[in-house]
Design a binder for this molecule. Structure first.
Ligand SMILES: NC(=O)c1ccc[n+]([C@@H]2O[C@H](COP(=O)([O-])OP(=O)(O)OC[C@H]3O[C@@H](n4cnc5c(N)ncnc54)[C@H](OP(=O)(O)O)[C@@H]3O)[C@@H](O)[C@H]2O)c1
Ligand SMILES: *[C@@H]1O[C@H](CO)[C@@H](O)[C@H](O)[C@H]1NC(C)=O
Ligand SMILES: *[C@@H]1O[C@H](CO)[C@@H](O)[C@H](O)[C@H]1NC(C)=O
Length: 329
């Protein structure tokens, strides 16, 4: 038994090291970091939710480097200011035409009143908004509710961003051509929009609820793209792959397994910079100008399962979301 365990550990570690070696040999995920330096985003304002950590932070770094004014919408001011200070430090000596501006604003997507207050201030302060990146997310937390009584993952990942996007749509339209980028996940495949229990009061399955929220991100994108036809505001959705971030904070890994997990994630998972490439691409690349309602991975369009393309479900979800967040006109 012990021998078998050791053998498995050794094999896994060997595999991880082999992969790491390949990665350093240049066969890893292609990054487009260098593109950031050319001032592509100068004069543009970008809002990124959850920009203090993981993918959001890496996306902020790249867009800042390419000259954008980046607004970090974060729930914890201290964590956000710390990340902002680090980003400014990292980019300080970037040279060239110099990085753009970085601004921290408080935004708790688990509170509709926080979303409203955030938007009120942003609409007063910002004359334009060129890119909105709905990036923040909660992954497989224990059963929790938002301030307004929504199941946490559906509440933050979908409903909070739903209200945010709707309140900022006027500014995005007046700033057109402008873009909305939505960060979903391949795990959408395991979700369903069970309209009869959107707050998971009858039963809670944390994996299902994460997948449901990420399916909602895709349905939201497609319905919004339909509504935005002809406006020169585009909206696309992406999956980043498996990325080494703080997303797994609610997943318990036994102490003894931690070194192995760290090794495997170091070798097999993307770095945040690698994982952020599709977000950066959809936010800034001239290649996707005018493209809307599409699903991307590794900077390429990908197919969706039929359940993510169901227009009737997308419309019904939109209507119910309007009622839930209280913006029914
Ligand atoms: N990592 C992956 O492998 C992976 C795979 C597929 C999809 N994704 C998606 O990628 C996105 C970014 O995740 P990540 O991997 O970068 O994870 P992360 O490092 O945990 O970052 C998530 C961000 O969301 C913020 N956030 C959480 N709850 C919030 C709330 N109520 N209001 C405002 N912000 C909130 C977090 O803020 P705090 O730091 O204050 O907690 C953090 O800034 C998520 O939408 C996730 O579903 C990630
Ligand atoms: C929870 O949901 C996941 C994904 O939908 C599913 O694979 C799993 O079987 C569910 N677990 C239980 C206990 O129902
Ligand atoms: C969208 O952009 C095109 C090309 O620049 C322009 O002709 C058209 O008037 C714009 N439409 C709106 C609604 O802004």
């Amino acid at each position: 038994m012990a021998v078998a365990t050791v053998a498995v550990l050794v094999a896994a570690a060997g595999g991880a090291l082999w992969l790491a070696a390949r990665r350093f040999g240049g066969h890893g995920v292609q990054t487009r970091q260098g593109e950031g330096d050319c001032g592509l985003m100068r004069g543009k304002t970008v809002l990124i939710t959850g920009a203090n950590s993981g993918l959001g932070r890496a996306t902020a770094a790249a867009l800042l480097r390419s000259g954008a004014r980046v607004i970090m919408g974060c729930r914890d001011r201290a964590r956000a200011e710390e990340a902002a200070a680090q980003l400014r430090g990292e980019l300080g000596g970037a040279g060239g035409s110099g990085p753009g501006q970085l601004v921290v604003r408080e935004l708790d997507l688990a509170s509709l009143s926080s979303v409203r207050a955030f938007c009120r201030q942003l609409l007063q302060e910002e004359p334009q908004l060129d890119v909105l990146i709905n990036n923040a997310g909660v992954f497989q937390c224990p059963y929790m509710k938002t301030e307004d009584g929504f199941e946490m993952q559906f509440g933050v990942n979908h409903l909070g961003h739903f209200l945010l996007t709707n309140l900022l749509l006027g500014l995005l339209k007046s700033s057109a051509p402008s873009r909305i980028v939505v960060v979903s996940s391949k795990l959408y495949k395991y979700g369903d929009i069970n309209f009869e229990d959107l707050n998971s009061e009858q039963s809670y399955n944390k994996s299902f609820c994460y997948s449901r929220s990420k399916l909602a991100n895709i349905l939201f994108t497609r319905e919004l793209a339909r509504r935005l036809e002809g406006s020169n505001v585009t909206v696309n959705v992406l999956h980043p792959g498996i990325v080494r971030t703080n997303l797994g904070r609610h997943i318990h890994i036994p102490l003894l397994m931690k070194p192995l997990f760290n090794l495997v994630s170091w070798a097999f998972f993307k770095s945040p910079t690698e994982g952020a490439q599709t977000s950066i691409y959809l936010a800034s690349s001239p290649e996707v100008e005018g493209v809307s309602g599409k699903y991307f991975g590794d900077c390429k369009e990908e197919d969706l399962l039929p359940k993510a393309m169901d227009e009737a479900v997308a419309r019904k979800l939109w209507d119910i979301s309007e009622v839930m967040v209280g913006i029914l006109k």
